[in-house]
Design a protein around this ligand. Structure first.
Ligand SMILES: [Zn+2]
Length: 315
């Protein structure tokens, strides 16, 4: 039995999002669209093509917690909800989490050298939470598990784009359900998100992402069913291209540090002169990714100033 793909509209720039229905010992829906009326109609219509109603769904499984994937988790009254443990922070989103979330981003903006008049961005870092479901997980799944009711689908933790990101791998059919880990048309943004455990400190999302991509290069994948757009069939070629492009972006950042010191904010303004004001969160996280990459390779040095700002120079 193959996968049944359901294409769902979203109000986001990324466009449509995909859900996948899997029939096995359980009837399982992977991802559940954003919580809009249009998305619910598309979900119901897509299920109907497979002669399934929302009440028939026994399990909803999340690739990650972003609102375009985790909206209608509470639309399936008979379904259990499974996903990476990190999802619960966002699905529950109690006051303690919001406090933690805001404190985390304020600390980031400060250390990145973002001027105080832009610190209001802390509040804008939250994704549109009204489109995200608010039902906690029934059970967590993670690396090394198999999907309940579908023993042929193994669970892989593929962090980077999200701190909750899972992919599902069918070794026999060489198919992967990849969420936003690999998308045909766009490279996934390794967003900066608060860590699951505050003691871990800021996740180095781009390094996580590259490591997660690197794992796929060693696997005989025929096709990835993505969270957005068409299936990816030239998996290794596409991943190799993406990793090369990222390396070139990092080299551009290295060039900007030629003979001078810079903060993440300085570099972001130079790299994205037209976009940084409107998309400060996304553009900063892109720059931080390149900085983490350059630090990891020993190409730059980091200095923490007395006022808590990190400055970078060429090594
Ligand atoms: Zn996402």
């Amino acid at each position: 039995m193959g996968l049944h793909k359901i294409i769902i509209p979203t109000p986001f720039a990324v466009g449509d999002v995909n859900s996948y229905l899997i029939k096995g010992d359980a009837l399982t829906l992977i991802d559940a669209g954003p919580k809009t009326p249009e998305a619910w109609l598309a979900l119901k219509a897509g299920l109907k093509e497979a002669n399934v109603t929302p009440e028939d769904i026994e399990q909803v499984v999340l690739t990650h917690h972003h609102p375009d994937h985790a909206g209608w988790v509470d639309g399936f009254e008979n379904a259990k909800l499974y996903g990476h443990p990190y999802n619960d922070l966002w699905l529950r989103r109690d006051q303690a989490f919001f406090d933690y979330h805001d404190a985390f981003y304020l600390e980031r903006l400060q250390e990145e050298g973002v001027p105080e008049e832009l610190w209001f961005w802390v509040k804008k870092m939250k994704r549109p939470l009204n489109l995200l479901g608010d039902r906690p997980l029934d059970m967590t799944i993670n690396e090394g598990d198999v999907l309940p009711g579908h023993p042929e689908w193994g669970v892989m933790e593929t962090l980077g784009h999200a701190q909750s990101h899972l992919s599902f791998w069918n070794e026999e059919s060489r198919e992967m359900i990849g969420g936003d880990h690999v998308i045909a048309k766009v490279s996934s943004n390794p967003l900066i998100e608060p860590p699951f455990d505050p003691a871990e400190g800021r996740p180095k999302s781009l390094l996580q992402y590259n490591a997660s991509l690197g794992r796929l290069l060693k696997m005989p994948i025929d096709v990835i069913y993505s969270g957005h757009g068409e299936e990816v069939r030239n998996v290794h070629e596409l991943i190799t291209q993406r990793l090369e492009k990222q390396h070139l972006r990092a080299m551009k950042v290295l060039d900007l540090l030629d003979g001078r010191e810079g903060t993440v904010y300085d570099l972001t303004k130079q790299l994205f002169p037209h976009a940084y004001e409107k998309e400060l969160g996304l553009t900063l996280s892109e720059t931080i990714g390149q900085i983490d990459y350059l630090l990891e390779d020993g190409l730059i040095l980091e200095r923490l100033s007395d006022n808590g700002v990190f400055y970078y120079t060429k090594a």
